[in-house]
Design a protein around this ligand. Structure first.
Ligand SMILES: NC(=O)C1=CN([C@@H]2O[C@H](COP(=O)(O)OP(=O)(O)OC[C@H]3O[C@@H](n4cnc5c(N)ncnc54)[C@H](OP(=O)(O)O)[C@@H]3O)[C@@H](O)[C@H]2O)C=CC1
Ligand SMILES: CC(=O)N[C@@H](CCC(=O)OP(=O)(O)O)C(=O)O
Length: 344
């Protein structure tokens, strides 16, 4: 397969390059830039010396049309303009931004504060939560890869909501992310001296992933569930941990929740359900495409605590994007993705 990457120099792009390099079906990966045409990529990133000693190329529609797959890993508002002209042409398209995820254009514009993609392109796009949308992804030309937080939240909650094991009316989700989630462009929020030795809540009640999570719960469970969702920045580079709290429904036990998750993901190797553990954290999925889920019920309150961890750059971005490419090309989902997490 011949693959093109828009936004190759960003964190998501670098992770796509890392994963695709050892993918057995990928013969060539061409890197595109909007700002550094001609730069030898290994001059920019010395970890790629002797691997990518090739110049970055400018983004041109005719060139993109020649690939089997084009990944776009650019900020919101870019793919909505670059990818629609490729619809109906050769390449499969996988966008890592939020541009094609929200089906209601007005909702996108409200939460992203940007102009939405054309309605015809949104109508074509398929939400790329691989474990839940496999059949549609196989047929899709344009895949909207999920956001990092929604991936962790949805994989852990969808089975329990679908089977009516937790009460959706009191759902609270607390999420924590490493700083690479904000991309490689430095900002006040990600400045070392303001992130080191600090944990901060941000975008309170305004995070753009709120409508994405609510839309997807409705899509797969047919339930309208308004969520309380809080995001925190913690001083680590990679990783997301989400903790969700909800009352269990009448008669539901901890074993029911565990069995539901275990059965749902029995044939999905990237989702692992952990029963007994004293310690559960982001390092158990670091650098890998796994999403690990842990659930407990507090018998004093009858509330479930559902915890989920992913690497935001792998299962939360590039890894899931490659998983979706595998599905589109009818390869085994795990092709090129079975890295063991870097635990320490
Ligand atoms: N970081 C994460 O954990 C996750 C990120 N995402 C989403 O994936 C996308 C990429 O994220 P991330 O890699 O972190 O972002 P970065 O900011 O690290 O990189 C984005 C890249 O996009 C390119 N770019 C910028 N402007 C344009 C433009 N106008 N046209 C084309 N390319 C452009 C830049 O490269 P150049 O200047 O060379 O063109 C830049 O390196 C974002 O939409 C993000 O929200 C999704 C899930 C997780
Ligand atoms: C730590 C951090 O800043 N994370 C980012 C995640 C960005 C992202 O994934 O945004 P998309 O909706 O474009 O996918 C955030 O909270 O906005």
């Amino acid at each position: 397969m011949k693959v093109g990457i828009i936004g190759a120099s960003g964190y998501g792009g670098l992770e796509l390059i890392r994963l695709l390099h050892t993918h057995p079906e990928v013969e060539d990966v061409v890197l595109f830039t909007s700002s550094e045409e001609g730069t030898i990529f290994s001059d920019r990133y010395s970890h790629l010396l002797n691997i990518y000693d090739r110049p970055l190329q400018s983004i041109e529609l005719e060139k993109l049309a020649e690939f089997d797959v084009v990944f776009s890993s650019a900020p919101a508002g870019v793919a909505s303009k670059l990818l629609p002209p490729l619809i109906g042409k050769g390449p499969r398209l996988i966008d890592l931004s939020g541009d094609f995820r929200l089906k209601d254009l007005a909702v996108y514009e409200q939460w992203y504060k940007k102009q939405a993609a054309p309605a015809s392109a949104i109508a074509e796009s398929v939400y790329g939560l691989t474990e839940w949308n496999n059949d549609a992804i196989q047929e899709a030309q344009l895949v909207a890869n999920p956001g990092c937080y929604p991936t962790a939240v949805l994989l852990s909650l969808l089975p329990l909501l679908k089977d009516g094991l937790i009460d959706p009316s009191h759902l609270i989700i607390d999420a924590k992310s490493g700083i690479s989630g904000a991309g490689n462009k430095p900002s006040q929020m990600t400045h070392f001296s303001e992130t080191n030795e600090n944990t901060a809540i941000y975008k309170l009640h305004q995070h753009q992933h709120i409508p994405e999570i609510e839309q997807t719960i409705a899509q797969f469970t047919e339930k309208t569930v308004p969520i309380t969702f809080s995001t925190h920045l913690v001083p680590m580079t990679r990783g997301i941990l989400t903790t969700s709290y909800a009352p269990v429904t009448e008669g539901t036990t901890e074993a029911d929740l565990f069995d539901c998750l275990k059965e749902t993901y029995a044939s999905h190797p990237f989702v692992r359900v952990v029963q007994e553990t004293d310690k559960f954290g982001t390092n158990q999925v670091y650098g890998s495409n796994y999403c690990d889920i842990h659930v407990k019920v507090d018998p004093r309150t009858n509330r479930a605590t559902i915890v989920s961890v992913i690497d935001n750059l792998v299962k939360g971005a590039a890894g899931q994007a490659v998983q979706n490419m595998n599905v589109q090309f009818k390869l085994a989902e795990t092709t090129g993705l079975l890295h063991i997490p870097a635990f320490i």
